[in-house]
Design a protein around this ligand. Sequence first.
Ligand code: GCB
Length: 865
Amino acid sequence: MKNFVFLLFTIVFSLNAFSQRIVQSLNTAWQFSIQNNINNSKIVNIPHTWNAQDPFEGGKDYFRGKGVYQKKIFVSEKWQNKQTFIKFEGSNQITTLFVNNVEVGKHIGGYTGFVFDITKFLNYGEENELKIEVDNSHHQDIPPLDADFNFYGGIYRDIQLINTDKVHFVTANEAVGNIKITTKNVSHHKAEVSIEAQVINHSSSVKEIMVKANLLDSKNIIIAVLKQLVTLQPQENKTITLQHTIVSPQLWSPETPRLYRAKTFITEAHSTKVLDQIASKFGLRWFSADPEKGFFLNGEPIKLIGANRHQDFEGLGNALPNALHRKDYKMIKAMGANFIRAAHYPQDPEVYKICDELGLLVWSEIPIINDVTDSEKYHDIALQMQREQILQFYNHPSVIMWGYMNEIFIKMVFNNKLSSKQKKAKIKTTVSLAKKLEKETKRLDATRLSVMALHENEIYNTSGIANIPDVIGWNLYFGWYSQGLENFGAFLDRQHQKYPDRLLFISEYGPGADVRIHTENPKPWDYSEDYQLQLHKSYINQVKERDYILGMSAWNFADFGSSFRQDSKPYLNQKGLVNFNRSPKDIYHYYQARLLKNPFIYIQGEHFTDIYLNNNQEKANFTVFSNAEEVNLQIGEVFTTAKVKDGLAKFKVALPEGTHKVIATAKGEKHERTFYIHYRSNLLKNIQQQPITVNVGTHVNFKDFLSDEVWLSDQPYSVGGFGYVGGNVFQPSSTKFQGTSFNIKGTQNNPLFQTMRESIEAYKFDVSEGEYRVTLYLTEPNSKASVENIYNLSSAAIEKVAGIRDFDIKINGKLAKENLNLARDYGALRAVTLAYDVSTTQGVIIEFTAQAGKTVLSAIKLEKL
Ligand code: GCB
């Protein structure tokens, strides 16, 4: 025993003592400049992007061009006998490395890793200059050509310097030096493991080496030592395969994400001297998919449910430290998900690592999105991306699907300028690329499923492209881009009937939601959290009713940057289950109620604790998300119970105005939240304490989290109360969005200004005697509105001016503003506030009279002075 311990110690000690590979981070302190403007350089750390801010300020004109990173490193004399590499985990999108002003190499593509061998470019015993040019300009031969996310430029993932012995595992290849571990014929009884390592001899003499792999199980116990003697001629490169059958394997699954390790070494043939060493992890699991019964993991049925995930983050763009990647996936796991689609591109290596560790099944894809170019170069780059993705993330047990196209015909379908001949040619090149990608995918990895995501259009069937991959993912937006939540299931049933052998997945679904917007009467495109709940609930139910659907992934885990979008928060896609800074929306907790196995309870309304009832005749609604059968609710003296259906327990409770602590309990779990009940019928009476703030022209309440003001949904005037007189909700036919979807300049509170009432005649408040301030919130929604001065025109001429809007405002009969033309006076799509003080003996009436076009009002505030 003593001898054995000594022997083990000697082996471990000697392996470590002579380990030759040194991997060090090269992230810190690069001199960076845009367009090589060295006079304007600054010191930055990697991960870095130059687009962390500008897509959120100016929208789609954010800078796409060249950035240059420079740094000096000292290279010791000792490195002469070594091989030296620089490894990038990802840099967007063309990266060129220069050492001492000599070009070493170029890599194309922004979402996979790559390695340059810089050995022969170095000067030993002195300082060497590294220069990296990165260019994120649009390029017709590089995917993605077009997509609903920002193409942030820069070295946005980690960068490393690697030194190896002259004899080493090949490092500068498409696999970024990873050793390939294949698991085959996995069952509860056994698993076949094969380890494929490429070795190379860069020295000038013949080398006798031993390639060796120690296999360790999930408890860190060595279960096998595999070896092979190899002779390498100078410059020779060989692939060595070591094989082993593991009996009674410790299987990997979302519940038990057990990982094995392979420590692979090159030693001298007849000594323990280690020349190179790489540690890899792998997992043992098997899966299958059936077009009727769905997905199976390790022989058990499992409905895959989770989300898509984009990699950007508020304030950082795509340049995230590993800790933030990890945090996202921990949140996704804590949501109860077992699945993630890494959309729309391969993500940071840390992502695949954490998915292995947490037990999340992964669909990973390359960014061939919306359109393809009919060029050999584009096809080749697409194929290279797929090879890099597969080879770099091959060992991860979490990965079950390799994707290669997303909604690839969408650009063509909406492009009226293309002739039918051009469309035919586009279809031909796209189908031919899909075939090539499918073949390459299977050549490199026949153990996983191939997949592509489609948008709701028959072209994918008629073109035949949907027959190419193993799995079809449908991105379906019924209840958002197309109508009717119930059409979702009906659409899938039709597809399933027509193509009964096809494996179907729901790769995307979801509406935009802004936590500032709340309503009891949700509608599509109102951006309320309430509509988000309605849609997700319906989709989950419809998927659960259908065994044939393999799974579903919500679009998207988090809000993400999309420079051309405007909506309720400009330059963001707001379909996230959590915000851009990852603070959860209520819907995140709803998924917990639907997916978690441990008892869970959550009272809806994190962002909306002010409840406005008409009067004491109306009851307050409370909704609790839970996975229990029933939930108990206590509010003061009131105790009530409700059954849970689809993860929701609903309560209606009569409550007086004021503060109420609501306590929900179920299965020993408890959640509480304080709500404030207000009666609209008392608002005029209480105006001294709280101004009246109305979100005119909409059914949604809006909360400004800076001021804590709640802007109430609009109401018609009735005697003794307040509200609008005349007019209609402004709804341009060109948009589904409530009001105008354009960004409103000069405010953070877009939704307040975007919705409005047009042709409004008056806004009335039946207040008592006193001094008041009325503030009108206005915007010209038509970007082409006329800036004509109507007093320069005859009435016949006014009629002819398109898009003119000119109106007068009277307050309590007194002219307050004459000939207001918002476009002329402030510019269109700009937030305008006009405040007037008024002294009244009774009531405040604001009248609007059009001189040309229609009157308009977005919001109104009345406060008592
Ligand atoms: C899609 C696309 C995705 C978009 C999403 C949306 O179908 O695949 O990239 O972001 O729709 O929100 O419109």
